[in-house]
Ligand binder design. Sequence first.
Ligand SMILES: [Zn+2]
Ligand SMILES: [Zn+2]
Length: 439
Amino acid sequence: MRNRSLRRALVVIGLVAAVTGVYFLGYRDGDVGEAPLAGLVPAAWAQGGRTEVSPVKARERDYYAPASEDLAPDEMRVVALGTGMPTQRPFQAAACFLVELGNGDKFLFDIGSGSAERIAAMQIPYDYLNKIFIGHLHGDHFGDLGALYVGGMISGRHLPLRIWGPSGPVPELGTKYAVEKMKEMYTWDIAGRVGITDTRGFGLEVHEFDYKGVNQVVYEENGVTIRSFPAIHAIDGPVSFTLAWNGLKFVYSSDTYPNTWFEEYARDADIVIHECFVAVPDLVKKMGFSPEAALMVGTQIHTPPEAFGKMMSTIKPRHAIAYHFFKDFDTTLEIYERIRRTYDGPLSLAEDYMVWNVTKDAIRARMAEVDDHVWGPPLATPAIVPDMADRAAVSEELGWEVGYTEFIMSGLADYRDVIEPIYKEASEVLGREFKYPEN
Ligand SMILES: [Zn+2]
Ligand SMILES: [Zn+2]
């Protein structure tokens, strides 16, 4: 009798959960894939209550604190470091996602404007942040490449930056062209640091691959395979990526209109990040688009929420992640409702610092809490002591003098009396002699 009423109670809970649970599972961005009763009752229903609480001992928290958790050998961690738009706002940088693997490998997918400071907040030594996969060359997908190039070098990247990205229909529309021009843009910056700091991180490696390649392997190292296939967005050139490692599959759309390659090659994924653009009414109301431009950009160049939902219902990932909209109290529900017209599976509406831990058993979504005051992370490899003699070598290579002219030197004020003691102090504290430079 007791069993029967218990069972009846469970059936009632199950029905209620069937109606409301799917909503909560998707919307709360909480634990997924761990629900009892065949997924009908969300994990959120599990009773917590009062247990013995120590006033002096730490407890597990609901957020992810960067550099505070080991990654299991079979685990993948994905971190949203930019989920917004080409227009700037403090709350959301433009597209950037970090994938960390239990074998130690780390990959950045897109590096949109504003994302470099979010990357810094992860406190990962920069030698491990030198592999970047760019889906297309809109500024909101590679606008902070220069920030990582320079800032990462100064913060301890002693390895070249390695960049993978698509070709274009003409060389000027390819990744190689963009990266070479970026390096040219930084000519003064590079010259201005030679001989002063360890500049090995200024090395650049560009791996440009055919944007028309269909499910082509663009990277294969250390058990990790990354493939690309074409995306349809603005003009020819954009691609989407899949990353396969240790039986787990991650997919990243970058920007695209829904396409048949995505329907085919994003299947069987554990975690899929696909663009889901600002709803058309909000493009008109909040961004000042004309209705004509809003309809064009929001439904033909990008994937609107309803189409995102249809795509996820087609490829059925273990967990779907929507990004590329401004996530506010008054826009989120509109995006959510439009997605739910066509998709009822596991879902996160991404914002910056959302984190997903992925194993074969479970996918856990959390938010990261970051330190706004971070300094550089630990060095993965020791720095080389800079040598002013490097300037001569670089000058010869460039064909012009790197340094000061006599004219500029003529403006030096005499501050030796207060600066030389800093050298003496360093010599005393560190027990070796540091000489004040005579020229
Ligand atoms: Zn784009
Ligand atoms: Zn974009």
